[in-house]
Design a protein. Structure first.
Length: 340
């Protein structure tokens, strides 16, 4: 068994048991392999990292261990995007509706604006909404190109390179969450932003300084915010169907029924969902976070009923059209009498 572990330190215990023709208790065998395995595991040293001002920010998703109330009585565990400036340890964060690329980029841009400047590197693990295996998700390269920054995707089993933000996440669970309740995602974000102001004013033991004292040094070496607005968020072009609803993520939103059959542009950020027809807004809703929700504007229902009634009126015949035209002619020239 030791010889096998020396050559293959990660081989499963069941395979080792088969190789040595073990016939006893597999539980006993697993326990002993587990005890011996550290002696044969190859060393993997971790260097102590130094973070230069302005060079990097560590990014991560934290999932608070408490369900947040949503629309319609629903509740869910929601992601919180956290970005920590590595040199100063200045922390920003906000709750997001999803962990999809569109929401991650919207959240990242909001938090970067809170920093006031752009870190030269954004360090991520293999979060699917950002990219995996060295390949970025659709839209991420355009985002980083506009900011002139760079996404660094960490390899597996490299927790030290993102240890700052990981420790902050644990700090949230022990210092922010206890004793709190939340009425909505907006309430969570309000409480979290207020608490982060105080947290950033506390001394961090590892750097023996307060983040608010070092953030200006960090900002001085960061890149400026881009001079052009970023085109972020959810975008789609669809032909509006007879039921005059469009879908965003997993929820449906009503649209002015006069746009039925036309191509409309659907766009959304973290707060609003808007639909435009030839540049004119034909729907504007607050974005819902509960999955599978239907959002209806009463005005759209009233308009749909009117259009439906008009569509069901009998179409005038050619004879009806002739009678109406003759009546109009008589009124125009003052001719009395009745039309035969």
């Amino acid at each position: 068994m030791r010889a096998i572990l020396a050559e293959h330190p990660e081989m499963p215990a069941t395979v080792i048991a088969e190789r040595v023709e073990w016939v006893g208790s597999i539980t006993w065998f697993r326990d002993n392999v587990r005890a011996l395995r550290p002696d044969y595991r190859r060393p993997d040293p971790a260097d102590r990292l130094a973070w230069a001002p302005g060079d990097a920010a560590q990014c991560d998703l934290w999932f608070p261990p408490k369900r947040i109330p949503l629309e319609g009585g629903a509740a869910a565990l929601l992601p919180v995007l956290v970005i920590v400036a590595a040199h100063s340890r200045f922390t920003t964060g906000r709750m997001l509706p999803t962990r999809k690329t569109e929401d991650l980029l919207l959240g990242s841009w909001e938090l970067i604006q809170q920093l006031g400047r752009v870190p030269r590197r954004l360090i991520w693990d293999n979060e699917p909404g950002i990219g995996r295996g060295g390949r970025l998700a659709a839209g991420v390269a355009a985002f980083t190109g506009t900011l002139a920054t760079k996404i660094v995707q960490l390899p597996p089993n490299d927790p030290e390179s993102k240890g700052i933000v990981e420790r902050r996440n644990r700090f949230f669970e022990t210092s922010f969450m206890p004793g709190r309740s939340f009425a909505s995602p907006a309430d969570f974000n309000t409480q979290f932003a207020d608490w982060l102001q105080r947290a950033n004013a506390r001394e961090v033991r590892t750097i023996k300084a307060r983040p608010v004292e070092l953030i200006e040094t960090d900002r001085a070496k960061m890149l400026p915010l881009p001079p052009v607005p970023l085109l972020l968020g959810w975008r789609a072009h669809v032909r509006l169907g007879r039921d005059y609803y469009v879908r965003l993520d997993t929820s449906d939103y009503s649209v002015e029924p006069t746009a039925i059959g036309r191509m409309v542009e659907v766009s959304a950020d973290l707060e609003r969902v808007r639909v435009r027809l030839d540049g004119r807004v034909v729907a504007d809703h607050a974005r819902v976070w509960a999955r599978g929700t239907t959002v209806t504007d009463p005005h759209h229902v009233t308009t749909a009923a009117m259009l439906r009634q008009q569509a069901r009126q009998p179409r005038p015949t050619a004879a009806d059209e002739m009678v109406r035209d003759l009546a109009d002619y008589d009124r125009a020239f003052g001719l009395g009498g009745e039309v035969a």
